[in-house]
Design a protein around this ligand. Structure first.
Ligand SMILES: O=C[C@H](O)COP(=O)(O)O
Length: 252
């Protein structure tokens, strides 16, 4: 049975002291349960401090983006070497906000996914369709092409260790959640694509999260679905109370 991975993505929110307080509390209260993995993806300036705060607990710290080069003249960027050196374990790659506002493409997502594995970071690769694409019945083709490109050139072992987050763009921060059936339908398609790229055995190991207005009120229904193995959470990850409820749901 696959575990549930509950990852908070704070986006551009919180101050350092708020961030520290949050992780201290979650580290103290999050259950040490093999069925759930807890990750907090925080802004770059907080990462070093949060890794310290999370030490000795089951909470892992992730970044929200990175460059694919190890170092060089890329003003303002952060490299996988730097993240790994800090003790960061996960990195969100290709979030729709990065694709929309910061020119992230499927090519750079693929380069970053390779770079993550080169530096012992687990990539959380985000895919998902716009409302226009859903209404034009293009969801499956669009998501399939994003998944295929993201995984290009990875070994089967690396694919098995990749986390995919299916996030329909129309459900992000809008309060509109995909129904659990809609979400699972796409997650099942993603797993079938991975089967085609690798093997049944590998695809069965891949964690596929759903993201988009996940909250305590809808998380149980989503996690109960056959191909949904956790959640990538924005808004509801900003308060410890709601985040801990999501984590608790992941233990079942
Ligand atoms: O990365 C998280 C997603 O963008 C979902 O955000 P949300 O839970 O605020 O809808």
């Amino acid at each position: 049975m696959r575990k549930n991975v509950i990852a908070g993505n704070w986006k551009m929110n919180k101050t350092l002291s708020e961030a520290n307080q949050f992780v201290e509390e979650v580290a103290a209260k999050a259950p040490s349960n093999e069925q759930v993995e807890v990750i907090v993806c925080a802004p770059f300036p907080f990462l070093a401090s949060l890794v310290e705060k999370a030490k000795g607990s089951s909470v892992k710290i992730g970044a929200q983006n990175m460059h694919y080069e190890d170092n060089g003249a890329f003003t303002g960027e952060v490299s996988p070497v730097m993240l790994n050196d800090l003790g960061v374990t996960h990195v969100v790659i290709g979030h729709s906000e990065r694709r929309e506002y910061f020119a992230e493409t499927s090519e750079t997502v693929n380069k970053k996914t390779h770079a993550a594995f080169s530096h012992d970071l687990t990539p959380i690769v985000c895919v998902g369709e716009t409302l226009e694409q859903r209404e034009a019945n293009e969801t499956m083709n669009h998501v399939e092409s994003q998944v295929r490109k993201a995984l290009e050139g990875l070994s089967d072992e690396q694919v098995a260790d990749t986390i995919i987050a299916y996030e329909p763009i129309w459900a992000i921060g809008t309060g509109k959640t995909a129904t659990s059936d809609q979400a699972n339908e796409v997650c099942t398609h993603i797993r079938n694509v991975i089967k085609d790229v690798t093997s049944n055995e590998t695809a069965e190991k891949v964690i596929i999260q759903y993201g988009g207005s996940v909250k305590p009120a809808n998380v149980d229904e989503l996690l109960a679905k056959s191909d949904i193995d956790g959640a990538l959470v924005g808004g509801a990850s900003l308060e410890t109370a709601s985040f801990l409820k999501l984590v608790e749901a992941g233990t079942k």
